[in-house]
Design a protein around this ligand. Sequence first.
Ligand SMILES: [Fe+2]
Length: 451
Amino acid sequence: MKTKHLVFLAAILLIGSSCDKEYTPASLDKIRLAWNDDPATTMTIGWDQLAGEEPIVYYGTKDRGRNWKKYTLLQSPTRVFLHQEMNTHFCELSNLEPDQAYYFVIKDSEGVSERYWFRTAPDKPKAFTCIIGGDTKPSGEALKAGRFTTQMIPRLRPLFIVFNGDFTNNGKTPEHWAQWLTDWFELSRTSDGRLFPIVPVHGNHEYGEVGILNKIFNAPYQFDDPINLYYSLSLGGDFLHLTLLNSEVKPPLKEYSEQADWLKMNLERTKNFTFKLAAFHKPFRPHTPGKKENLDLFRNWAYMFYEYGLDIGADADSHMSKITFPVVPDSIYGIEGFVRDDLNGTMYIGEGSWGASPRTANDNKPWTLRSGSFNQMKWLQFFPDSESGEAHIEIRTIITSTRDTANQAVSHVEGVGFLTEDDVFVLPESINIFSTEPYGSVIKYPYKKGR
Ligand SMILES: [Fe+2]
């Protein structure tokens, strides 16, 4: 009896060790996902290949763990290059099924990665959530605060994240990008291996290498020149159109016209979408003093936003938080160019501080709904028309870090609960949402007139 047990135990150990041997880790890291094309049918997987050769992504709709042979689909990298001291590999997956979970491993000559997974976007109107924020720094309390904010991602399980510019100090320091991508990979994924696609936007701190986001996230550009790094994505059929603009194309007015022409064409093409959201790094009218007014952007874009009924304009750069009432441009009667119009206006949300040290919020306008000084992200829940009500967006400002009396970053994320795949619309336990009377913690769009 005793011998039988020993034989059984030895057999188990043998099986275990042979599995471990089969699945030595692949020699890669900094895995990230990005949406560069149709979010319902494509996904870009990027990573830094450290050693080893011939990496291949094995994937499919069934979870096969690390058993790469059992996945039904495979794809070799579609773009490989050495840059910023990284051996960057992009694998652009296409022909995916909409609104579907996909599981994948990356196998190279050294071994097999852990099993990760992602979701494609729906191709018809369906409720989903996303996170929007921007401005991270590579050192000090700002780095610490940025890590706290990134730790909200696995807790909320959004469909995607719009990162609204200013990733590092100057966009050209290899160790800063290595750190940013490592943090993103380590802190933004869930314990069950889900990764979330990033939708990157060019900020002024990417000045060191204009077009760098194409090298880091495979982000698309226009007119065959990475200097024109702006693009758009549609989600849920004609439910949401996202335009990712570039506030940093230089010189301002003259060259902006090319982007403005592209924007007009893009908005014309998608004017019948239920919701239209544009993200761009610099706000027209910063809500903190000392930040320059961006009148060239206002002139180029604000009237077009109004003409085509843009619903949400998301910005960053100032390192604080703001939400405005719906506003329309009015250069004669407007204050700082805008008047409140709850029925026809665009609601502007932002202004950065994913990690960057919060600036004072003391430059409100008559059309400002609320501003605040802390590290934050915007959490948006999109709902299509249904029997229970008309299509709307719920916007929440999540406070992720504040400073104590010694100016140390304090986490507001650590004790926050984790949502499950079953329901990503409820509030996780202990989440800190910016809330003030009479508006409460959730701002709805379309905005109810007269509140
Ligand atoms: Fe900035």
